[in-house]
Every structure is written in structure tokens, then in C-alpha cells.
Ligand binder design. Structure first.
Ligand code: WT7
Length: 632
């Protein structure tokens, strides 16, 4: 299924057509997919409610478009090469036909446990083929998957299971990540102590441990599926039926479940995959993300399979056994398109070029970046040393909520500018708004990045809380989707993302709300009050700086308290959210009305010591002096 634009002129033409008549534009793309019944209406929308429906009345099953349709023309084409954590381990390859049968067996296994269309299934799994098979199996039977990154804590897992009211959990005994082994099953057991909705747990053996199995609840993955039929009728879904939920952090409260639906998400992930990466038939694509994040959903699972592509699933980490691992894998599979995060590039840069130059990277055609702004130095290194100054860098800006890539160059078609994400994809209508909510028409002015028209894979709601969806994304500027990012546009119309303008921090491309981290800290017995801010970090992009007021009466050493506070974040969210710096303070800078002045805390975290602007509303200015004296 070829959805590819092949020249920049064609892009301009497609873009203009997509704005002039979005319905005609997306219909002509939708027609290239397999539908059981054609849609009644192309688009029905209203950003005030918000309500967005694409291709309503159309019946389809997304997996039919990922697997069945390829059984005729390319059954023996490799869908995935799986590369284990340990380079000495045995790799696996799976063809479209084999994948189809494995998905059917797993889908039948889920049905045998009573999973029906609309039921939620939670996945807490390592980067194994079985995880991908399980995701597609859910979609096959119309179950709504909710993947939880296997680095989140058991508390974070149980929150997500409960919010989604999941019926089944798929997990593994454990996982390998570099030199570490993580025991996943006991985390699941702990999480399930506070979850009532889970009836069954399916456990994949990954590390040959003998996990505790609860009689009548827990099943061994392989035993369960081995006798299942390898054909499974796909569940007919409406275009607007739920495909999945994925939890992501916002500036307030607990993480919320971003909801994506079948038809629109299918169109946009396939379309953006083929165009941004300029994927061609025999190419090998590699996205290094984990399936627990949206990047893994859209560009490991859905976009590539919908396009009939071959891609890599990698279990390991960039620095194990050494900093050449990514490039060794690129050489081994002759990777043509490589897609990773700036944090990985910055980390690998530090190890020097010997790790790069050992390997043959000549198959690379396009190299991509995602997750956070890429700084000029990292961009240069990536372009010069990985792409050998011949591969375009596609700096792809998007979000969990957008489902697919929104701003980016298209392979080698588009002009490139370091640190600029570039142009909107066809169908995407970005605007920059000023504080008054007016569109900024001038070039090179910073504004709030918003979207003024729906695209097929925009989030539909926040699971179980439509009001929250409205308040978070559609209320800041009436009639617009608000991204939470600041950006500017140059004289050629290219966009540069500045970063978040809300209380969301982006640590190594992972998103956390400051409130969420504060809540975790505040569960600690020593903590009275806390404030968390981000600060610039050389490798992670942003680091986490926590200011904590503790109970003076507890007779413990500072070091002990700090370790304990850190542990509370690890327990509440996961190791990935552990603060880089924790400063014990006697008080937080507050206004007379009791509001914490985060602006000041952010400046201190950035290293500012004197210039804080207007502080006249501070209740007690001496608090700031004290914080500065002990700043880390
Ligand atoms: C936030 C979304 C979508 C993939 C992974 C992150 C930041 C994402 C870029 C980029 C600058 C970027 C934004 C955005 N972001 N890509 N190319 N340049 N910033 O998804 O966890 O939903 O986070 O990541 O701030 O709002 P996410």
C-alpha cells in the first residue's frame, strides 16, 4: 500500500489539498485500506465539546490491514527481526504469515479467558515479539490495550490497571535490560493486591525464573496458546471504536489515559510512517523506542505493519555491552531508517567515535529524532557521524495525544535546518498563539503551539474523564487544541519547538508532571511539603530538581532522608522519575495567597543566584536566600 509522496512539490500540493478539502484528502487515503463497510460520514467535529469523529459508520479491523492483506503478496516477508539484550543470544525473525498465526492463537487465548470487544487488557511486558503479538491480538478481538512501560513501579501499574478497569494483565517473569534483570511478575502480584477487576494474568517466560503462579488466575503464556487455533475471525469494529488507551502525564493530577480509536489512528500512522521515513519496499526500519510509549505503538507496531514493512524489535539498551551496540545492530540488519531520541544520541556522543566507526552504516538513508528538542551539537554529531553527512535528519515533533508525527521533514524531500522540526505533515494545521489567544502572523516570534483543525489520530478523550480532556487540551484557547509546547516559525514556515510551557518535565524523552512527582515525595514520612521543577541536563535534556520541606522532629541524617525521599519516588512512579537533585529546605517561596513561586525555584535550579525579577509578592523573602545558600 503506497501512500508515499515522492517530491517536495508533491508535498506542497498534498498539503494545500489537505487544507482546502480535508475530507476529500483523507477519504482518498482511507480508500486504500480494507473496510468491511464504507463509512457514513468522513468527519464530524467540534473542539468546544470536544468531539472528533473520523469515518464514523465505517467497519474495519486494523489487524486485517496489518496482517491478512499481506498474506497474499508477501507472506514470507520478514515483519520483525528480534534482537536480544545479549548480543551473544539467539535472535529471531518472524514473517508476516507466522506473525498472523501467532496473533490468531494469542487472540483465541484471550477469547478463551472471556475477553470480549471493548474489554481492557493491560500489558506490562519486555521488548519481546510476544509483546507485539499480544498487542495485535487485542486489536484482533476488539479488546482495548493499555500498555504500561515495564519500568513503572507496581503502584503506578495498579493505578493504571484500576483506571482502565482491566480484565486481563499480560506480563513476563522478568526482563533483561543491559546488565540488570528486573523481576516483573512480583511487581504485578504486588500491584494486583489493590486491583479488583483483573481476572487473569498471562505470564511469559523470559528469564527462566520460576515465578509465583496464582492458581486459577495465572497462566503460562506458551502453555496457554500452544493448542489454540491459528485462525481467528477479526472482530468488526467501528472506525470510532476504541483501539487503545495509553497513560501519559499532565501538568496536574495523576496520569491520564489518552484514548485513540481505530480508523483515524490507522490512517495517520501508516501515512506518517511512509512519508516521514520515506520507507520503500525492501527497507529495514528501526525505531529504538519501547512499546510502552506512543512512539513504540505508532512506529514499531502499527505504522510499519500497516505498511507491510520489515522492522527491528530490540530488547536491549544503547550502552550494553558497550556504546557501539546501536551501530552494531544497524550493521547487522543493514538498517535503512533509524529512529531514536536525542538523549540516546547525547549519551553515545560522550563515548567517542571509535564505537561508531567500527561499524558499516552505509545502508542508512534516513535518521530520525523524537521525544524532546534536539540541540545543535547533538544534531551535528548525528548528521555527520551516523548519517555521514548524506542522510537527512527527520526531527519529528508529536505527542501521545497526537497519535502520529505532526511536524517533520519528509526523508530527503524537505529542506532541513538543525534544531527545527520543520513543516507540518499534510492535514496538520498548526498555529502559534500569543497570551491573548490571537494567532501570531509574524515570523520568528515565540508562541503557544496549537492546532486549529482535527487530524485523523487526534486523541478522542481522556479515558473515563471527558471533562479533563476538555480542560487540558481544549479550554486554554477556545476552538483550538493546545499542545502544551512553545514554538516559533521562521521566514520559510519551518517550526522550531522550544519546549513545554506547562508543569510537565521531559526527562530523557519521558514525560512527568511535577505534581505527580510531588505527590510521590509527599507520601514519605519525612516530607511535609515539596516543589519539583525541571532544570537543563546535558544528557537527559531535563533533570528533576526537588525542594522538600521535612519534619524537623525526626532525628535522622540528611543523607538518610534524601535516600528515603528518592525511594518514595521510585516506589510511586519508577526509577525513571528519580530526582537528580533533592534539596532539603526550611520553607518554599510562596506568595501571600499561598501559591508557590515556581518561577524562582526554576531559576535557582538553572543556576541563577541573583536575578529573580519581581519578588514583591513573596510572603517571606528570606526563604529564597536560604534556598540559594544551599542550592545544589
Ligand atoms: C512532548 C510529548 C511523541 C513521541 C515521544 C514523546 C516533546 C516530542 C519532540 C521534538 C521537541 C519534542 C514535546 C511534546 N517532544 N518530540 N521532535 N522536538 N520536542 O511523547 O511523551 O507524549 O511527549 O515531547 O514537548 O509535547 P510524549
Amino acid at each position: 500500500m503506497d501512500l508515499r509522496i515522492k517530491t517536495f512539490e508533491e508535498y506542497e500540493h498534498a498539503y494545500n489539498a489537505s487544507i482546502a478539502d480535508p475530507e476529500a484528502f483523507w477519504s482518498s487515503i482511507a480508500e486504500k485500506f480494507v473496510w468491511y463497510k464504507k463509512w457514513d460520514t468522513v468527519l464530524d467535529w467540534n473542539f468546544e465539546e470536544p468531539r472528533v469523529k473520523w469515518f464514523e459508520g465505517g467497519k474495519l479491523n486494523i489487524t486485517e490491514n496489518m496482517l491478512d492483506r499481506y498474506l497474499v503478496d508477501q507472506p514470507d516477508k520478514i515483519a520483525f527481526h528480534w534482537e536480544p539484550n545479549d548480543p551473544e543470544g539467539t535472535n529471531q525473525s518472524i514473517t508476516y504469515k507466522e506473525l498472523y498465526h501467532e496473533v490468531c492463537k494469542t487472540a483465541n487465548a484471550l477469547r478463551s479467558l472471556g475477553v470480549k470487544k471493548g474489554d481492557r487488557v493491560c500489558l506490562y511486558m519486555p521488548m519481546r515479539l510476544e509483546a507485539i503479538i499480544s498487542i495485535i491480538a487485542c486489536a484482533r478481538i476488539g479488546a482495548v490495550h493499555s500498555i504500561v512501560f515495564a519500568g513503572f513501579s507496581s503502584a503506578a501499574l495498579s493505578d493504571r490497571i484500576n483506571d482502565a478497569q482491566a480484565k486481563v494483565v499480560l506480563t513476563s517473569d522478568g526482563l533483561n535490560r543491559g546488565t540488570k534483570q528486573v523481576d516483573l511478575k512480583s511487581m504485578v502480584d504486588e500491584a494486583l493486591e489493590s486491583c479488583d477487576t483483573v481476572e487473569s494474568v498471562i505470564v511469559l517466560n523470559c528469564i527462566d525464573s520460576s515465578p509465583n503462579m496464582v492458581e486459577g488466575r495465572d497462566y503460562d503464556f506458551n502453555e496457554l496458546i500452544q493448542d489454540m487455533d491459528n485462525e481467528c475471525e477479526p472482530e468488526p469494529m467501528d472506525s470510532e471504536d476504541l483501539l487503545f488507551i495509553l497513560y501519559t502525564s499532565g501538568s496536574t493530577g495523576k496520569p491520564k489515559g489518552v484514548v485513540h480509536t481505530c480508523g483515524g489512528y490507522m490512517l495517520f500512522t501508516a501515512y506518517s510512517f511512509q512519508n516521514v521515513f520515506q520507507y520503500q519496499d525492501d527497507d529495514v526500519f528501526w525505531c529504538t523506542a519501547d512499546i510502552g510509549w506512543i512512539t513504540g505503538h505508532s512506529y514499531i507496531v502499527y505504522g510499519p505493519l500497516l505498511s507491510g514493512a520489515t522492522s527491528i524489535v530490540f530488547e536491549g539498551v544503547p550502552t550494553y555491552p558497550d556504546a557501539g551496540r546501536f551501530w552494531q545492530v544497524c550493521e547487522k540488519y543493514k538498517v535503512n531508517q533509524f529512529y531514536t531520541a536525542p538523549t540516546a544520541i547525547r549519551a553515545l556522543m560522550g563515548f567517542g567515535l571509535d564505537y561508531v566507526n567500527k561499524y558499516d552504516l552505509s545502508a542508512l538513508k534516513v535518521i530520525g529524532s523524537v521525544g524532546e528538542p534536539i540541540n545543535e551539537e547533538a544534531w551535528r554529531w548525528y548528521y555527520d557521524h551516523i548519517g555521514k553527512s548524506k542522510c537527512p535528519v527527520v526531527d519529528t515533533w508529536w505527542q501521545t495525544e497526537t497519535g502520529g508525527i505532526m511536524l517533520s521533514g519528509l526523508g530527503n524531500l524537505s529542506p532541513m535546518k538543525a534544531t527545527y522540526a520543520g513543516y507540518p505533515l499534510p492535514g496538520i494545521q498548526p498555529v502559534l498563539l500569543n497570551g491573548e489567544g490571537e494567532e501570531i502572523k509574524e515570523n520568528n516570534e515565540e508562541g503557544y503551539l496549537c492546532m486549529k483543525f482535527p487530524w485523523p489520530s487526534i486523541l478522542r478523550t481522556s479515558y473515563g474523564d471527558h471533562e479533563r480532556c476538555k480542560n487540558t487540551y481544549f479550554s486554554n484557547y477556545e476552538g483550538y487544541y493546545f499542545t502544551g509546547d512553545g514554538a516559533k516559525r521562521d521566514e520559510n514556515g519551518m517550526y522550531r519547538i522550544i519546549g513545554r510551557v506547562d508543569d510537565v518535565i521531559n526527562v530523557s524523552g519521558h514525560r512527568f508532571g511535577t505534581a505527580e512527582i510531588e505527590d510521590a515525595i509527599n507520601t514519605n514520612e519525612f516530607a511535609i511539603e515539596s516543589a519539583v521543577v525541571g532544570f537543563p541536563h546535558d544528557v537527559k535534556g531535563q533533570g528533576i530538581y526537588a525542594y522538600v520541606v521535612v519534619d524537623n522532629d525526626l532525628k535522622n541524617g540528611t543523607e538518610e532522608i534524601i535516600a528515603s525521599l528518592s525511594e518514595s519516588v521510585i516506589d510511586g512512579i519508577g526509577r525513571i522519575a528519580r530526582p537528580d537533585k533533592i534539596q532539603i529546605v526550611s520553607g518554599l517561596p510562596k506568595t501571600r495567597s499561598g501559591k508557590i513561586m515556581r518561577r524562582i525555584l526554576r531559576k535557582i535550579a538553572e543556576g541563577e543566584r541573583t536575578n529573580f525579577g519581581d519578588t514583591s509578592t513573596l510572603l517571606d523573602p528570606s526563604v529564597v536566600e536560604q534556598i540559594i545558600q544551599n542550592a545544589l
